[in-house]
Design a binder for this molecule. Sequence first.
Ligand code: UDP
Length: 343
Amino acid sequence: MRVAVLSPVWFPVPPAGYGGIEWIVSLLADGLVDAGHDVTLFASGDSLTNARLEAVYETAPSEWIGHTFWELRHAVSCFARAGDFDVISDHTGLLGLALGSMGPTPLAHTVHGPLSGEPGALYAQIVSMLPHAALIAVSDEQRRPEPDLPWVSTCRNALDLSVYPFVPERGEYLLFLGRMTADKGAHRAVAVALECGLPLKLAGKCREPLEQQYFDELVRPHLSDTIEYVGEVTHGEKVALLQHARATLFPIEWDEPFGLVTIESMACGTPVIATRYGAVPEVVDDGVTGIVVDSWQQMGEALERADAIDPLVQRRIVEERFSPGRMVADYVAAYEATIERWA
Ligand code: UDP
């Protein structure tokens, strides 16, 4: 199959630091190549891939994130060549879906964000104008607010386990890894660590004005020798932090579409303690790969249960359920369904 994989353009593929979608795009493009497909990846020029790379920007324009002109110029470079491909695997968001579905080539659009509230309503409006729209979800839970959208498949995310070495021994500190927003709950992690009297390492993206404002108001005032912000971390730094934590706290309060951090933690042998929002109960098996609680206030008392989780079992489950091979096979089946829908 001739597949165009269209990445968002703001970060390289794979990303140097923060960037869940770019990791999935990277794994997907390389996995499709390994499976014998002819793959062209549209991403920034500083990306590293086994696919053929097409780039309109030499480096990822991260400083211009959200600017439509940059995003469109990148997406259009793919759509202008649509005739060269059997299918376009689009990961760019609503602009890509709207514009790309008007062309001649079947387009399978992966929804990476939540669909509750306005985003879901906008998706519904846009697909009502597109006769062949084909959507891929990253979890079944993500579809729940909009079950009638033109779904072709759920393709759950995956990890390249070779870059998440497993370490069975656990350390002393709690870990928070994510974006600095109230939805992701770094301030809740701080409250849990203070209550338990345990050290906490916070790692995460804090680049945008709203992230900085949240951090300054709700996280920075609590920093100390034991509550430490280590900044946005690279892949290697992140893996080391995950490997040596006692538990990863995932105190989200939003409709998380998937939550890559949860499976990254399990892969490294560290239990995740997560609040029951969005896809958490679909991704984390309570008592087996992590602990699922109803609210962040229950995280402290869940620690002992988390300590009892067998790291080897966690690792094995990630290998079984979240392998790149499984994800790529799911995507190929979704592409076939998309091509059929367009025929
Ligand atoms: N991440 C990272 N460095 C950081 C913060 C986050 O590498 O400082 C990674 C994190 O490990 C995960 C991704 O960025 O791979 C975030 O994806 P996730 O699905 O957990 O959350 P999102 O931000 O997409 O909602």
